[in-house]
Design a protein around this ligand. Structure first.
Ligand SMILES: [Zn+2]
Ligand SMILES: [Zn+2]
Length: 251
């Protein structure tokens, strides 16, 4: 069985705090690294944690709010400056407008794009990436209320394990992915900004989840609020954990 670890690099929502940066999560699969979201300062957090850019294979962006995509220019700068990876790191964006906008932004910084260090892809519903160990699928959500596209990401491993990252959801969490509600999921990493006590009691109890990790933590659940969130989750039929910046979850 290949080793897998989830490292929650940044665990805040739109505002950073003294101890929580914007959302970015690293998934280590054997020798390879994958990122789910890249809020700022993801490249600095990877360096601080000792997570090699060389091992990065793909970056999966859930939606284009700044707290999820704001670190991408810095990440691309790090990758293109040092030409650290081969093959190119593939970036999966939910909307076609992102790639040309990024290219313009990096052009004014005089960064060379034609290096072959990075490649851009568009996320869609269904399988978007596969290698010997994993199959990654886009899972549509409706966080942007129809004004733009948003996705969760489902990782199916060759050994049978499944991990789903929901990304941000609607305020009533009515777009909590159907696949997590209906099919077994070893680990579900979801957000705790839009979630509330009604969502917890109405949607989560019947989900066949084995382990739930909250990240993208809303202000009311910071510090002393953590105990309150765990108390609301006390009767759920699976263990619940609250992520902090730099936490490592063995899978
Ligand atoms: Zn967010
Ligand atoms: Zn958002």
């Amino acid at each position: 069985m290949i080793s897998k670890r989830i490292v929650t690099l940044g665990t805040s929502h739109g505002d950073s705090t003294r101890s929580r940066f914007n959302s970015s999560t690293l998934l280590q699969v054997g020798e390879h690294h994958f990122l789910i979201d890249s809020g700022a300062p993801v490249n600095a957090l990877m360096t601080m944690g000792g997570y090699s850019m060389k091992a990065l294979r793909a970056v999966f962006i859930t939606h284009t709010h700044d707290d999820h995509i704001g670190g991408v220019p810095g990440l691309i700068k790090s990758l293109t400056k040092h030409h650290v990876t081969a093959p190119p790191v593939r970036f999966f964006f939910p909307e076609a407008e992102v790639a040309p906008a990024l290219q313009s932004w990096l052009a004014v910084q005089h960064r060379d794009w034609e290096t072959g260090d990075v490649a851009f892809d568009l996320t869609h519903d269904g399988c978007i990436f596969a290698d010997d160990d994993i199959r990654v699928s886009g899972v549509p959500t409706d966080h942007l209320l129809g004004a733009g596209k948003s996705f969760g990401y489902k990782f199916d491993f060759a050994d049978g394990m499944r991990i789903v990252f929901t990304g941000d959801l609607r305020h009533d969490c009515s777009d909590f992915p159907q696949i997590v509600r209906e099919e077994p999921c070893d680990i579900c990493v979801t957000e705790a900004t839009h979630i509330n006590i009604d969502t917890i009691s109405s949607i989560l109890p019947s989900c066949p989840i084995k382990r739930l990790i909250f990240t993208h933590i809303g202000n009311c659940w910071h510090n002393d609020g953590e105990a309150k969130l765990l108390e609301y989750c006390r009767d759920l039929p699976f263990p619940v954990e609250i992520a902090h910046d730099g936490d490592v979850f063995e899978c």
